[in-house]
Design a protein around this ligand. Structure first.
Ligand code: ASP
Length: 662
């Protein structure tokens, strides 16, 4: 047994083939019979400089390798840092990102070899044993840069490698320290951390819900919470008085620079028997201390934080989230501000998801549980747009990093707000439980929900919210590494009682082929490089442009229809409106194409019945001997006789094409 320094960390490792006993002291919990656990004495990189002259064992990744003939230098990286190893090649060889275990003696480097850039730069480890625990393939991208210039798609695909990047590791560590700080701060002030359900009913915050189908109640759906808003208010009715949660929120809304797609995390917080002042004070103290503790290099521009009325913010700064930094180029300046005195309502727009059933004019400016200013309650009847709400937004460096309010705690006022935003009947009954709860003794209450990702993103001046999330969803809604959403199996769908209108590309292709076969029609199946336009397609297929059957999904008076014209012509929408007696006609969006046909734009085949929609084929197609089209894939086409195509597709026909303008 080699000498083991006293300060060496003892790490219990579960042995799955990691069975070095040379540097371990076996002390199996089972008395040795199974030898299932061993205790490994491993020194961490940061501890090594204190072990000069002693033999230690290190484990980690090869950060870099420098070959000097018979000797080589390896930089070893563990979670605490980087250290230089000197090895004779006779011990073996290791490549960057291999996971190794090394035993050796810590020695001082000669003065001219000291590396002042790393904390361990005065020493190196002269290795006497090298074991490669696992080999690493070449990484798909470098991890020693900040990574901003690498395509995000690929970074997210290999996120576990991307996180090895020091900047990402730092962000995740800061995030963890931040949530730990918050937990300690709040629990010391009598707050209770409560987890609330993820499978729940709609809690609108103005976005679209994610819904999850129920197996036990076919046709029923859960909604993922846009926030724990209703639960935290119910916890106030329950008498907890002070609640918080590091809560995941789900919103199906388009991503923006400061908004990730799908999910994000908030510090959700609620208090009873408080005024707006109490909520602002607590939040301000929390973040002031958090900055001092976790971001000591940062300076808060102004304390106490400025409080600006919504009207003043808009008039003076042209924004309800003004950037109040004195020096916008200073990465260490944090300018917090409160925006207060918001109007309780804004005009309903198509973009918000409150759409009251009664075509109401008003949408909540924050959410529908925000209390009106007590002085303005009479205005709810007379002039709702003039009512101020007890809402407060937390702004940092030009970003809204949190919002909250004092809540309505009177049933009659809550009902009035439901009426004003047009929630009647079924929509209102979705919130009946709140109205019921409010009949059993509700304390006055209020709260706030600062975004964890948002705050970090703004404080660090990161380029996107995804830079402070471990496994974010891409802007187009693909999850990192696992690449969800993915298709459910037929079995799963059956159990849920769900029939999909969306098919897979393969289904579409196979359906077409089998239908053509059923008709005993000869056809040619072509594979080629992916194409998206008729011109490209004609080119790679080597067929005349006119043979191409261009299939275009449109919405005619709100219903999807398939229009087909020859590749060398264009749709004449006016003519089509007459042919099909349609008033309103528009192109489908790429999302709609995918939803209706299951295939991407450019791969849609000229059929209607397989998608359950009407099909119109332009007369010009009749001039063609043969017809050729992409059959569900950008790289697969089918070519057949015109009459064969018409026999399978059974379209309605008419004249609705025109030559393309050059
Ligand atoms: N539920 C609100 C939100 O998610 C915050 C709050 O009112 O406390 O924005």
């Amino acid at each position: 047994m080699s000498f083991i320094p006293k300060s060496a960390r003892i790490v219990k490792m579960i042995r799955f083939g990691y069975n070095q006993t040379r540097n371990t002291e076996a002390s199996p919990d089972d008395g040795g019979a199974l030898n299932w656990y061993t205790v490994m004495k491993r020194t961490l990189v940061t501890e090594a400089p204190q072990q000069t002259g002693k033999e230690i064992t290190l484990a980690g990744w090869v950060n870099a390798r420098r070959d000097h003939g018979k000797v080589m230098f390896l930089d070893l990286r563990d979670r605490t840092g980087i250290i230089q190893l000197v090895l004779s090649k006779s011990l073996g060889d290791a490549r960057p990102e291999d996971v190794i275990e090394v035993t050796g003696t810590v020695r001082e480097r000669p003065p001219e070899m000291v590396n002042p850039k790393i904390p361990t730069g005065k020493v190196e480890v002269a290795a006497t044993r090298l074991e490669i625990l696992t080999k690493a393939r070449e990484l798909p991208f470098p991890i020693d840069s900040d990574g901003y210039d690498i395509k995000e798609e690929i970074r997210l695909k290999y996120r576990y490698l991307d996180i090895r990047r020091p900047r990402m590791t730092r962000n995740l560590r800061l995030r963890s320290r931040m949530t730990t700080f918050i937990r300690n701060f709040l629990t010391a002030r009598d707050f209770v951390e409560v987890e609330t359900p993820i499978l729940t009913k709609t809690t609108p915050e103005g976005a679209r819900d994610f819904i999850v189908p129920s197996r036990l109640q076919k046709g029923g759906f859960y909604a993922l919470p846009q926030s724990p808003q209703q639960y935290k208010q119910l916890l106030m009715v329950a008498g907890l008085e002070r609640y918080f949660q590091i809560a995941r929120c789900f919103r199906d809304e388009d991503p923006r620079k400061d908004r990730a797609y799908g999910e994000f995390t908030q510090l959700d917080l609620e208090m009873s028997f408080v005024t707006q002042e109490d909520i602002l004070k607590l939040t301000e103290e929390l973040f002031t201390r958090l900055v001092a503790e976790i971001f000591p290099e940062k300076r808060i521009a102004k304390s106490p934080w400025p409080r600006i009325s919504h009207r003043d913010a808009v008039n003076k700064y042209g924004s309800d989230k003004p950037d109040l930094r004195k020096d916008k180029n200073n990465p260490d300046e944090l300018a917090f501000a409160w925006i207060i005195d918001f109007p309780l309502f804004t005009k309903q727009s198509d973009e918000d998801f409150y759409h009251g059933s009664g075509g109401a004019k008003f949408a909540p400016s924050h959410h529908m549980f925000t209390a009106p200013h007590p002085d303005d309650i009479p205005l709810l009847e007379r002039d709702p747009m003039k009512v101020r709400g007890l809402q407060h937004d937390l702004v940092l460096n030009g970003y809204e990093v949190g919002g909250g309010s004092v809540r309505i705690h009177r049933r009659d006022i809550q009902e009035k707000v439901f009426d004003l935003i047009g929630f009647t009947g079924e929509q209102k009954s979705q919130f009946e439980h709140m109205l019921t709860a409010f009949t059993y003794g509700v304390p006055p209450h209020g709260g706030i929900a600062p975004g964890i990702d948002r705050f970090l993103f703004a404080a660090l001046g990161e380029l996107s919210l995804r830079e402070v999330m471990a496994f974010p969803t891409s802007a187009s809604g693909q999850t990192s590494v696992m690449d969800a959403p993915s298709r459910a199996t037929d079995e799963q769908l059956k159990e849920l009682g769900i029939t999909l209108r969306i098919r897979s590309q393969q289904d579409v292709y196979e359906t077409i082929v089998s239908e053509i076969r059923k008709h005993n029609i000869a056809f040619k199946a072509l594979s080629h490089k992916p194409v998206t336009t008729s011109e490209e397609a004609a080119d790679v297929r080597g067929t005349p442009l006119s043979w191409g059957a261009k299939a275009i999904l449109m919405y005619a008076d709100g219903k999807p229809v398939m229009l087909v014209v020859a590749g060398d012509t264009k749709i004449d929408t006016r003519a089509f409106k007459t042919v099909a007696s349609v008033r309103d006609l528009r192109m489908a969006t790429p999302d709609e194409v995918l939803a209706v046909t299951g295939v991407p734009i450019g791969a849609v085949p000229p059929f209607g019945h397989i998608f359950g929609i009407p099909l119109y084929v332009d007369e010009k197609i009749n001039l063609n001997e043969r017809v050729v089209f992409n059959a569900g894939y950008h790289e697969k086409s089918i070519e057949l006789d015109r009459s064969g195509y018409l026999a399978v597709a059974k379209p309605q026909t008419g004249k609705f094409s025109k030559p393309p303008k050059e």
